[in-house]
Ligand binder design. Structure first.
Ligand SMILES: Nc1ncnc2c1ncn2[C@@H]1O[C@H](COP(=O)(O)OP(=O)(O)OP(=O)(O)O)[C@@H](O)[C@H]1O
Length: 134
């Protein structure tokens, strides 16, 4: 079952790692509005639903200004952090696809790069989040 890898990380049996884009897409119901739990400076946070637990999926705003160096620097420091007061980092996803786009009246296709950069954390409900910061 594809949820297994994320559940194993949540249970602490596996270390945070790169996660398949398809998995994050599936557990957030394709990043649906109903699953939105917040907006941050760098993107939108969605609730990801596993079999009996939830996770938070942060989708970095999708445009060409995504700073690759900054993203990997953040992933790097998140991978190193392991502190009980910090919301646990579960994994990341860096997915780049080429989309072929047909332009009216032109013979050739043009190719657009679609970059997805995501971070996954353990889900903290509002009540708990309050406890973390007070
Ligand atoms: N792990 C989580 N569990 C549950 N909700 C979360 C979690 N992380 C973020 N959220 C929700 O999403 C909102 C935005 O979070 P996010 O970290 O993106 O924003 P931020 O605190 O403004 O930070 P930044 O400026 O770095 O983007 C939060 O206010 C919270 O409601």
């Amino acid at each position: 079952m594809e949820y297994d890898m994320l559940e194993q990380i949540l249970e602490g049996k596996e270390k945070p790692t790169n996660l398949p884009f398809a998995l994050l897409q599936k557990i957030t119901d394709d990043f649906s509005e109903e699953r939105e739990i917040g907006q941050g400076g760098f993107g939108t946070v969605y609730k990801g639903v596993l079999r009996n637990r939830n996770v938070a999926v942060k989708r970095i705003m999708n445009n060409y200004t995504i700073d690759e160096k900054l993203f990997y620097r953040e992933v790097n420091s998140l991978l190193k952090v392991n502190h009980k007061n910090v919301v646990r980092f579960l994994g990341f996803c860096a997915n780049t696809e080429q989309a072929a786009i047909k332009i009216e009246g032109k013979k050739e296709y043009i190719y657009a790069e679609i970059r997805e950069r995501l971070l996954c954390f353990e889900y903290v409900s509002n009540g708990n989040l309050q406890n973390y910061i007070t």
